[in-house]
Design a protein around this ligand. Structure first.
Ligand code: FMN
Length: 275
């Protein structure tokens, strides 16, 4: 089952999937699978891999666009060193006219992730983006705080197991939060990526994008292998869609998160498995 959600183990396989998606009218963001590192050498290695991915995408005539987790670049060991490493990646992206998305992880890492985003977006405007999670109570405030920077925001529900003290436990509250955040982002953010496979939210989002006249500064994003028919249907309707494409050998935590971190995800993964 896991293979269904990853492009393969090597960069070459990742590039092949990105090229195939492009042929079907979809763009991509490439993710090198990995989670929290425990030494800075591993973090440095991950940063170098991301630089190599950007260069390879560019050389292949594919959009140099990657998504990364700051914990994989040492955020929990040394935030200063992490900033230096991710800065190196964003510098390469800027040089190539590409883009780096900072994925959002568990709630304990949100402050440090936002701090690093703020530093980078000032230095490399238009080359780096952030993720905001609708399940967190704090996100409305976080979004408002980012708006003066002209942020590029990927909005998602949130995939980690969080206590009710920090995140809405119920799906309907997460959904309502998502739509409130989306409305604000579409109106005020520089760019908004709507990252969900939830057909009700997608339907609302289409209406809101048209209403906000935001077609040129918004896109849908979905995970590789999840609801492929829905993906193709969106593209066939003319909506911009970017697929999050993970590759690498370290797929297990990614797969488990897709399956189990939120009970609500189980149904969507099972539907995805059925295709
Ligand atoms: N969840 C996170 O917690 N952090 C992320 O950075 C993140 N990136 C995502 C990127 C894409 C393109 C998509 C589609 C989802 C992402 N997610 C992320 C997962 C969502 O939070 C959520 O768990 C998943 O999409 C299932 O919910 P759905 O019903 O909205 O599709």
């Amino acid at each position: 089952g896991a293979r269904r959600f990853v492009a393969g183990e090597t960069l070459e396989e990742g590039l092949r999937v990105v090229a195939a998606l492009r042929a079907r009218g979809m763009s991509a963001t490439l993710d090198y699978l990995g989670e929290k590192v425990t030494d800075l050498a591993a973090a440095r290695q991950a940063a170098s891999t991301y630089c190599e991915m950007l260069r390879a995408l560019s050389a292949a005539g594919l959009g140099p666009n990657v998504s990364l987790k700051l914990s994989q670049l040492g955020l929990t060991i040394d935030p200063g060193a992490c900033l230096a490493d991710v800065r190196r990646v964003v510098e390469v992206a800027a040089e190539l006219g590409g883009f780096v998305r900072l994925d959002m992880e568990e709630s304990a890492l949100v402050d440090d992730t936002l701090t690093i985003y703020r530093a980078l977006v000032r230095e490399f405007p238009g080359r780096v983006g952030i993720v905001l999670q609708a399940y967190l109570y704090r996100t409305q405030t976080d979004l408002r705080g980012l708006l003066p920077l002209g942020p590029n925001v990927r909005l998602c529900k949130g995939a980690y197991s969080e206590p009710p003290s920090v995140a809405y436990p119920r799906k309907r509250d997460v959904d309502a939060s998502f739509l409130r955040l989306l409305e604000l982002a579409l109106r005020e953010a520089a760019f908004t990526a709507v990252a969900t496979h939830d057909e009700r939210i997608i339907r609302e989002a289409k209406r809101m994008i048209v209403e906000a006249d935001a077609r040129g500064r918004a896109e849908f994003q979905m995970l590789f292998g999840v609801k492929p028919r829905l993906q193709q249907a969106l593209v066939d309707e003319g909506w911009p869609l970017r697929i999050y494409v993970p590759f690498g050998t370290h797929w297990y935590p990614y797969f488990v998160r897709r399956l189990a971190e939120r009970p609500a995800n189980l149904a969507f993964v099972l539907r995805g498995l059925r295709g």
